[in-house]
Design a protein around this ligand. Structure first.
Ligand SMILES: Cc1ncc(COP(=O)(O)O)c(C=O)c1O
Length: 283
């Protein structure tokens, strides 16, 4: 399903390096590393009922990703938190909100791949709105939540051409990694399975599902999952901050039977968390 323009975002303000700008004015330099090489890290966060869900987890991953990418002058946590709160406040957004947080290596003194050309510090952007292999750690560690998403975008284009919602991406050994935008889980005979986080992002929602299973006596295992296993699962679902837990009904024209009811149980446990957990808004 393609997302539609949300009229509430018509006059949205975007925070860029200390300034809150109208959406049409919110721009980064063509010399910014994100334009030059997708050289940025990012998070998508959600606000449910005046609380930012998994706030610390998202900010920790952003900081760890930036450190792994060897960014210099990374803004402090307090600075980033303040930027997010200011943006939400300026937009009067307290509920049902998606936040797009991007930290780039910053502006380069000239075009080029070398990070040493970045001499202006990081650029922090906060937005408030909406059969390509997944990289192996040999190429690019999927634990970095970097903004260089070309292989995921190519996979999504394949999905578009196939007239389906998203693409399952495999790792270099042919095992399931994740989809182009979400983590993936399957359920077979009451056990929940998800791929090892070798070639997938260790998603925050993925971690929550593992935690929910462990806390509720539901059997969960990380393992190498083949496409055949996925086709023959009782239930398959994806996870992500944006789409939460979404049921998969068909993969490569094989219908997923969706029997067992484990996903419904997980969705209801997840909903309880979003209702009670999160960092309260300060305005
Ligand atoms: C490639 C990819 N996989 C999975 C996810 C889901 O991660 P999370 O649950 O932390 O939103 C994302 C979200 O940004 C993603 O980009």
């Amino acid at each position: 399903m393609i997302q539609q323009f949300d009229k509430r975002n018509k006059d949205i303000k975007v925070w860029i390096n200390g300034e809150l700008l109208q959406r049409d004015e919110a721009k980064v330099s063509v010399f910014d590393s994100v334009v030059q090489g997708g050289d940025a890290v990012w998070e998508g966060l959600r606000v449910y009922d005046r609380k930012i869900f998994c706030f610390d987890e998202h900010l920790n991953r952003l900081m760890e990703s930036a450190k792994s990418m060897d960014f210099e002058n990374i803004p402090t946590l307090e600075y980033i938190k303040d930027a997010i709160f200011s943006t939400l406040k300026a937009n009067g957004m307290k509920d049902d909100t998606h936040i797009r947080l991007t930290l780039t290596r910053g502006k380069k003194i000239t075009s080029g791949m070398n990070p040493q050309l970045n001499q202006f510090g990081c650029t922090l952007i906060v937005l408030v709105t909406s059969n390509i292999r997944r990289n192996s750690p040999l190429c690019l560690d999927s634990k970095i939540h970097h903004a260089n998403l070309i292989n995921n975008i190519l996979a999504k284009i394949e999905a578009n051409h196939a007239g389906v919602d998203d693409a399952v991406m495999l790792d270099l050994d042919g095992f399931v990694a994740e989809t182009n935008a979400t983590n993936i889980f399957m359920i077979k005979n009451g056990t929940v399975y998800t791929p090892f986080p070798k070639a997938c992002l260790p998603g925050i929602t993925r971690d929550l599902i593992i935690e929910i299973c462990n806390n509720n006596d539901m059997k969960i295992l990380e393992k190498d999952i083949s496409l055949t296993e996925l086709y023959n699962a009782d239930e398959v679902f994806t996870t992500g901050t944006m789409g939460e837990l979404a049921r998969v009904v068909e993969i490569d024209k094989r219908k997923i039977e969706n029997k067992g009811g484990v996903l419904v149980q997980l969705q209801s446990l997840f909903r309880k968390l979003t209702e009670t957990e999160g960092e309260g808004l300060t305005f």
